[in-house]
Design a protein around this ligand. Structure first.
Ligand SMILES: Cc1cc2nc3c(=O)[nH]c(=O)nc-3n(C[C@H](O)[C@H](O)[C@H](O)COP(=O)(O)OP(=O)(O)OC[C@H]3O[C@@H](n4cnc5c(N)ncnc54)[C@H](O)[C@@H]3O)c2cc1C
Length: 396
């Protein structure tokens, strides 16, 4: 038993402690336990990394102790008349989606890619997902937050109602702070009614340029398009004849979706159609959830660049790197390149070629400014809450 583990057991005997490999993880069951643990860590000058399922924490992020919210995973209140739900931070996005489905409600952040992501972590990283252009990010649905500060105080911001204006928007400041300004313990969201019908269709293409042309055709119709993904043949399970395929998802009333599909059938060479919310969700989870790599290179851009300027550049790069796989997520403006062996070399080529375009790489770090430094030092005087979070580059 490590000395930290021994001290925790002595001072906080009811707190659940576990060793995962060489990492010490505590599992508080309620906000009171989170608070007491943070106070203990301040006294002992032990650093904490707040986590949910812990899937995004790199080895390099080593903390004194990981604090997992995974045992705080209940739905606290589902207010049907208000279309709101309050949940503990450790519930996963899929667990929540499944309960909401029974009531025909939706928190429109897709779970297909990473079903084990906890709500607290999705707030911390301001997750959007494959429906982001259509629906926004998880924080667009956030009404109220409960969190514990780096010195152990429990704070509640916002509320349970849609109209909630009380001074500064602390709710979003703390919600999106990547675990550096405290631990989210509870959140209240507004919900939307579940769309009655969903349809997914697949097209084929010989180049990225052709595929993005198809996307532009569908977008020009102003249809209820929720998601569009361009994906290379191996990832989509196509034969060698087509370089890539397009996956489009429509959602809305039965009548609207049926009509839109009929029109699109006459416009595009549609190879496969899947109809029905459950079948579409299952297909997307199989397609996206099975990919254990997030892609070696992740590029973010705006939709105009994604659809107009980027495709030809990507086609040129792919021509020279035939083993490379690609996923274009037009629903949130992301390109993922699975470069297999020479990722760094390809990233350098991409950076040179894309200099003139509006693109950023997901591992680019913006230097944090004077406001961050002031805020962090005031709220976290002992610097225990996720110090050296790799997202933030401190400037002195
Ligand atoms: C639909 C969807 C959209 C996504 N979009 C994005 C995106 O736009 N940008 C992006 O970066 N990632 C995005 N992701 C990835 C997503 O952030 C991770 O899949 C998810 O955070 C992993 O969950 P986890 O519980 O394992 O997180 P963890 O690895 O446990 O934590 C991830 C981060 O959240 C912090 N955190 C976790 N819980 C808390 C808490 N209770 N209080 C305070 N901080 C906490 C951690 O400190 C860490 O910084 C998306 C995922 C999905 C499913």
């Amino acid at each position: 038993m490590s000395s930290i583990e021994g001290k925790i057991k002595e001072k906080l005997p009811t707190l659940q402690v576990d060793m995962i490999g060489e990492e010490l993880v505590v599992y508080p069951q309620n906000p009171g336990e989170v608070s007491s643990f943070i106070e203990f860590c301040n006294d002992e000058k032990i650093s904490i990394i707040p986590v949910g399922s812990g899937t995004q924490i790199a080895k390099a992020d080593q903390a004194g102790v990981y604090l997992s919210t995974r045992k705080m995973n209940k739905i606290v209140e589902l207010a049907e008349a208000d279309l709101t739900v309050s949940v503990e931070a450790g519930i996963t996005i899929k667990e929540l989606a499944e309960v909401l489905k029974e009531y025909n409600f939706l928190l429109p952040v897709s779970y297909h890619e990473k079903p084990n992501s906890t709500i607290g972590s999705l707030l911390a990283r301001d997750a959007g997902g494959i429906e982001q252009y259509a629906r926004g990010t998880i924080n667009d649905y956030l009404l109220g937050l409960e969190f514990i500060t780096p010195t152990g105080e429990l704070i509640k911001t916002g509320g349970k109602t849609v109209k909630n204006v009380t001074g500064y928007d602390f709710t979003r400041l703390f919600a999106k702070s990547w675990g550096t300004l405290g631990v989210i313990t509870k959140a209240t969201f507004k919900l939307i009614p579940m769309p009655v019908e969903k349809a997914l269709f697949i097209t084929h293409g010989t180049s990225i340029d052709e595929l993005t042309w198809q996307m532009k055709e569908v977008l020009a119709k102003r249809y209820s398009l929720m998601t569009f993904i361009g994906i290379s043949n191996k990832l989509l399970g196509l034969d060698e004849g087509s370089r890539c395929g397009g996956v489009f998802v429509l959602a809305g009333s039965k009548q609207a979706v049926t009509h839109q599909l009929e029109v699109l059938k006459s416009l595009l060479d549609i190879k496969q159609i899947i109809i029905g919310t459950n079948s579409v969700d299952a297909y997307l989870e199989g397609l996206l959830g099975s990919r254990n790599s997030q892609g070696d290179i992740i590029l973010g851009t705006d939709r105009r660049t994604l659809l107009n300027d980027l495709p030809r550049e990507l086609d040129a790069i792919l021509k020279d790197n035939i083993s490379m796989e690609i996923l274009i997520d037009g629903g949130q403006g992301l390109v993922q390149l699975v470069a297999m062996t020479n990722a760094q070399e390809i990233k350098k080529i991409l950076k040179d070629r894309l200099k003139e375009l509006k693109c950023s790489f997901s591992d680019d770090r913006a230097p944090v400014d004077i406001l961050y430094n002031r805020l962090k030092r005031n709220l976290d005087p002992n610097g225990i809450m996720y110090p050296n979070n790799p997202r933030f580059v401190e400037v002195s």
